[in-house]
Design a protein around this ligand. Structure first.
Ligand SMILES: [Zn+2]
Length: 257
């Protein structure tokens, strides 16, 4: 299928958000979420028509503002051209279950997938990134190791996610959500960083210190106020720009791992 760019019926407000969502994909690639052409983010359509989902057969590092299709909550393509990712029910069912969520991400980030595949392993606030998840924890969906291509599986994942910001999909990957593009991006980044920290501690055979839960609540409020979240988002954007000035859009990050 030949892909033809569209500008979303000239709705510039949607196009502007999708430019940011495209950058979020490329930032996540730099943060260890890339896995060939797998992984995708979606954006809830502000007109209630459904969701804008990254089109298929593109690496996270290759996504630009035109690379989205609008699907309804039953998966019918309403706008845009290109392949529809077969894991669309994951996005649609999380959005159906969570009116507070405007953005959903899914990837096979390495360290988070390692932790997700480990029996009984709970993500802990051992470092600052882990503190992001301290309130709701990161639940694990382990009813299947399959990818989430069926609606009933999407419903199960949404149920297991509950009010949390992220979920481990055992032997598969992760999903993460946000009300804003900043939030979903930071959630994806911090999930991988906190998982990496925990895997490193376990690999080194060190005994972790478990911080006091009350102190962790205060710590969250102190290190992650909205203003700081905006600053972190801008940092990751500047970093992306410097990287792309050098390598252009589309470079995968195997060189970093
Ligand atoms: Zn997947």
């Amino acid at each position: 299928m030949t892909y033809k760019p569209t500008r979303y019926d000239a709705d510039e407000s949607i196009a502007a958000v999708l430019d940011d969502v495209a950058r979020a994909h490329r930032i996540l690639e730099l943060e260890g979420h890339g896995d060939m052409s797998m992984g995708h983010l979606s954006y809830r359509d502000p007109w209630g028509r459904g969701l804008w989902l990254k089109r298929g057969n593109l690496a996270l590092s290759e996504v630009e503002g035109d690379d989205f299709i609008l699907i309804d909550f039953d998966g019918a393509v309403l706008q845009g051209t290109g392949l529809r990712h077969i894991e669309w029910p994951l996005h649609a069912e999380i959005m159906r279950a969570r009116p507070d969520v405007n953005f959903v991400g899914h990837s096979h980030a390495h360290y988070a997938t390692v932790l997700g595949a480990a029996e009984g392993e709970k993500l802990m606030p051992y470092n600052n990134h882990g503190v992001w998840f301290a309130e709701h924890d990161v639940p694990r969906y382990d009813k299947t190791a399959h990818i989430i291509t069926e609606v009933h599986r999407g419903v199960e994942v949404a149920e297991a996610l509950g009010e949390a910001q992220a979920i481990f999909l055992a032997n598969h990957g992760v999903a993460f959500v946000g009300a804003t593009v900043e939030e979903v991006t930071l959630t994806g980044i911090f999930l991988e960083k906190a998982s990496r920290f925990q895997v490193d501690m376990r690999s080194a055979g060190l005994t972790p210190i478990t911080p006091d839960p009350e102190e962790i609540k205060e710590k969250f409020a102190r290190i992650y106020p909205k203003k700081a979240q905006g600053n972190f988002w801008m940092f990751f954007n500047r970093r992306l720009e410097r990287y792309e000035e050098h390598f252009g859009i589309g470079m995968t990050t195997d060189i970093q791992h």
